[in-house]
Design a protein around this ligand. Structure first.
Ligand code: PA5
Length: 454
């Protein structure tokens, strides 16, 4: 079960347009369900019907493929970035894996890539390469390096048997390569954007390779998705209306806070979902995340007394999978006798309540999302909760939540710098003058740092 508690932001909401925004929910819900928004994002509403819409690439074939990959090698490297990696990573971090999984293709750090290549140089690995466009540089470069190791160790045919490609059903460089080399492939539905793709093979295949129950994950998501489709009066939409009202009243940052170490990856997934969906046309809450109580000892001061432009959403697990009791401590040298015999979950809950209270009194309104357990069903439900919420939130804000035009800007500049054939750099003049400015300010920094001459 998932619950949403708005108690600690009701006072703040009273001074906002929360009621007006809430009143718009049924109309926007109808727009989401009918796909009638005139902007391009309406072509990407397929996430509402996942995974029933996967047909031949449904759960059975993914389970079989996962079993084949697990039997073939001692580890699996999943190459992808953004929406083509965060959902799988979040789920595997949250629920664990009984098969070693490594992630690649989500950066171009030469040192980290070299470390991974050293680790897998024995060739005892499979690769799941994931790219909807099939042309993402980070992923394509990592895949080329990994494929090179496999070909060296197993020959072209042996390598091909160890590679699975998840990409566009028809076009793109990866689709062509996969067909030419004979890799097993899965299709990413064209009407599902990257950050909404965790319940397609993009997320589900790596999750299945990790040995996680994908049927339960999907069942959890389907339960929330179905209820949201049937009723606009549903918690994800109230969460969307509350955070949008607070944003429009001047809040600029939403911090997703969890005390579950295992949910840190889910927070990363959430950051992409909300950042890429809402951060456009000069609006959108900046999605940040923290892990408590750890970060209370680094960011706690800022949260308590820094700029009051923040809202906080707590993500808590009701029943932990394990719950050690604090032992009796003999002569009470550490002063913890008052906690003896009490479960750690009691300390954790006290920390949650205390932090919510302290931050509220410090001027940060907060919401609380509780999940019954950290298991596949609840994680799936949480994904559907946030996907529904961000769709509503984007429309309430007035932006198209299903596009991401802004992510192209750095790619254009990077391709120009690397001399990628066939690319043109629309901002070439601006780039030239930027370069000059950068050089000048760097020189200054170096000069001012030099010791004075005797
Ligand atoms: O959400 C998105 O659309 C992006 O984050 C993409 O998933 C990311 O850029 C990777 O793209 P691709 O799957 O085409 O390699």
């Amino acid at each position: 079960m998932l619950t949403l508690d708005l108690t600690n932001c009701l006072d703040a909401l009273a001074a906002t347009d929360f009621d007006t925004l809430s009143g718009r929910i049924p109309e926007i819900h109808a727009t989401i369900e009918s796909g009638s928004d005139p902007r391009p994002g309406s072509d990407y509403l397929g996430w509402r019907h996942l995974p029933e819409s996967l047909d031949a690439d449904g759960l059975g074939r993914q389970r079989d493929c996962a079993a084949r990959l697990r039997a073939l090698a001692g580890r699996c490297v999943v190459a992808g970035i953004g929406g083509s990696y965060l959902g799988a990573k979040a789920t595997i971090d949250a629920l664990g894996s009984d098969h070693p999984i490594r992630f690649a293709g989500h950066h171009v750090d030469p040192e980290a890539v070299a470390e991974l290549l050293t680790e897998v140089d024995d060739g005892d690995f499979t690769v799941v390469v994931i790219s909807k466009s099939g042309t993402t540089t980070e992923t394509a470069v990592a895949f080329r390096l990994l494929r090179d190791v496999l070909v060296r160790r197993h020959g072209a045919k042996g390598a091909a048997a160890r590679i699975v490609a998840i990409t566009d059903p028809a076009g793109g460089a990866l689709r062509k390569l996969a067909e030419a080399e004979g890799y097993e492939t899965f299709a990413i539905p064209p009407d599902v954007g990257g950050r909404f793709s965790v319940l397609t093979p993009v997320g589900l295949l790596p999750i299945a390779v990790a040995g996680i129950d994908i049927e339960a994950l999907v069942a959890g998501a389907a339960a929330v998705m179905g209820r949201a489709a049937a009723s606009p009066d549903y918690p994800p939409y109230r969460y969307a209306a509350a955070r949008t009202a607070l944003h429009q009243a001047g809040k600029r940052i939403e911090v997703l806070a969890t005390q579950s170490v295992r949910l840190a990856g889910v927070c990363e997934w959430w950051k992409q979902l909300f950042g890429e969906s809402e951060g456009k046309e000069g609006s959108g809450l900046f999605p940040a995340s923290v892990r408590y109580t750890t970060d209370l000892h680094s960011l706690g001061q800022w949260m308590q007394e820094g700029p009051r432009e923040v809202i906080e959403t707590f993500l808590a697990v009701d029943t932990p999978a394990a719950d050690p009791a604090i032992p009796a401590g003999g002569d009470d040298g550490d002063g913890l006798a008052y906690l003896a015999g009490r479960p750690l979950s009691e300390v954790n809950e006290a920390a949650l309540a205390a932090t919510r209270f302290a931050h509220l009194t410090g001027g940060i309104p907060n919401m609380l999302i509780r999940m019954g357990r950290r298991d596949p069903r609840h994680i799936g439900a949480l994904y559907a909760f946030f996907e529904r919420a961000v769709a509503m939130g984007g429309y309430l804000l007035g932006v198209d939540p299903f596009t991401q035009p802004g992510v192209e800007a750095y790619k254009q500049a990077m391709f120009a710098l690397l001399g990628k054939p066939g690319t043109t750099f629309a901002a070439a003049d601006a780039w030239q003058s930027y370069q000059q400015r950068k050089t000048a300010s760097l020189d200054l920094a170096v000069d001012s740092g030099r010791p004075a001459k005797p």
